[in-house]
Design a protein around this ligand. Sequence first.
Ligand SMILES: C[S@@+](CC[C@H](N)C(=O)[O-])C[C@H]1O[C@@H](n2cnc3c(N)ncnc32)[C@H](O)[C@@H]1O
Length: 496
Amino acid sequence: MFIYPDLTQALHRFWAAGLVISPWLAGVDEDGRFDPVIHELLSVRARECAFTHWTEAERGLVLNDLAAPERMAQIAVYEIAASTAVHLAHETFGELDVDETLALEAMTRVENFVGQHRFGTLLQLYMLVTSWENHNALLYYEEIPERAFVRGTWHRPWVDYSLSEELMFGALLGNIRLLRRGESRFVLLTDEGRDVLARTTKMLDKAGYFRQRLTMLHVSQFNLFETYEQLSGEIWPQVMEQRRQFLQWAGVQMGMKVLELGCANGVLTFDGGLTDQVGPSGFVVAVDPAMSMLARARSKQKRLGIDWVSFRQGRAEELPIEEERFDAAIGVAFLHFTDRLQALREMKRVVRPGGTIASFHPLKANLNVPFFREWFAPILELAAKRNDQPRDFLLNPNQVRDEFEEAGLQDIESLEVSIKSSFHDPDKVVQHYIRGVGLFGEELAPLPWKARENLIEELIERGRFVCDQYAESERVLYFPGQWIKGHKPFNQSTEL
Ligand SMILES: C[S@@+](CC[C@H](N)C(=O)[O-])C[C@H]1O[C@@H](n2cnc3c(N)ncnc32)[C@H](O)[C@@H]1O
């Protein structure tokens, strides 16, 4: 059996070089990603890169002298550069369109990585991730028609080339096989392939790959979620008032310097009253990783003429901000998207001694309510197959309190509020909860692309049926929400 070496460190270096591999790019239409000029540019550069670096020594390193299909190296370079370019478009402009500058920047990153860490490492990573994607889809579907497999129609519709090389290579390694039935041929996973899938899943999980993939999916979803404010107003009708009350409870006052995390399009910043509460004698810096959300927040700012706020791109775990700059670091509905401990430590770093750290986020709810069970049955079934509860982003109150303590915060206080959620219009509910804020993102992310799209369509259909069966007053859930705050100690020696 061909066994991948432990690529954890290599994967971390790959991310540090600003590179990504495509599977998170769900939602890209099936016509491919680029106009022909960009496609040609990347193809030529990928061919050159592979020609120069795919030497005998590298082949030995990657494949233990197995004969890999010739085009594989070139495809790997193309695919990594292409995915990275789309990722850069998201990061830089909050959209999917790639221009020549971004394509060249992506290619430069690939070449730098190859220069520092060998071409073979790049290829190993590509093979590891894409074989996981192929095997995972075969496990889910049990069999995929050969034509759909090589076109990636069910599992990798974003690729711009045929997967026939990967099919051949998988067959050569004994991980997948072809079955003829009548006129058609189907691709299946072998027992060896199942073993390889189990091993690679374990390795990728340990390396943090699935978490990274989910985060990217969240941010790209948010970039494309234009109706967030409108839908959250309809679905959570009381939350705007709760945002205001939370700010008061957190002690935000006139003249304060406040850092806001996960500001999205400025819904707490402006509509929730943050800039009003600090007033022009204070200031707000608001941070979010999703560029298109920030663009909307900035146009709101222009319209309102408020100049004591500025917006920056950034993640709570790695703030682009110097130490002890703020009186408070706060946010609404963002903590559950972060590596919480890391985010809390960063928030603590940027506030002055005695400064406040506060968050308002949704908590674990009882989802075992008849209308909800019926509507979201396909997701509950995915969890039931594992003898588990569905994986959602809802937090456990004690867990967050413990993390506040572990981050070294003091005088921790929390309060539970109730967030009313109305389930009226199935299209809007599914758009908001599933495609937008990603309530069950962790459940959906590992599904092959088409299975995920089909499941979302099914949820809309089921929603229509449920809305006919249950009265409007029955289609309501109350999510508990937590307000929690703590303070940075004055005396650093008391920190944990
Ligand atoms: C549900 S919205 C909350 C928006 C707003 N704060 C509100 O009051 O509704 C969550 C936001 O968190 C952002 N986000 C995701 N990951 C993040 C991270 N690691 N750090 C900070 N914000 C993040 C998303 O881009 C999104 O804009």
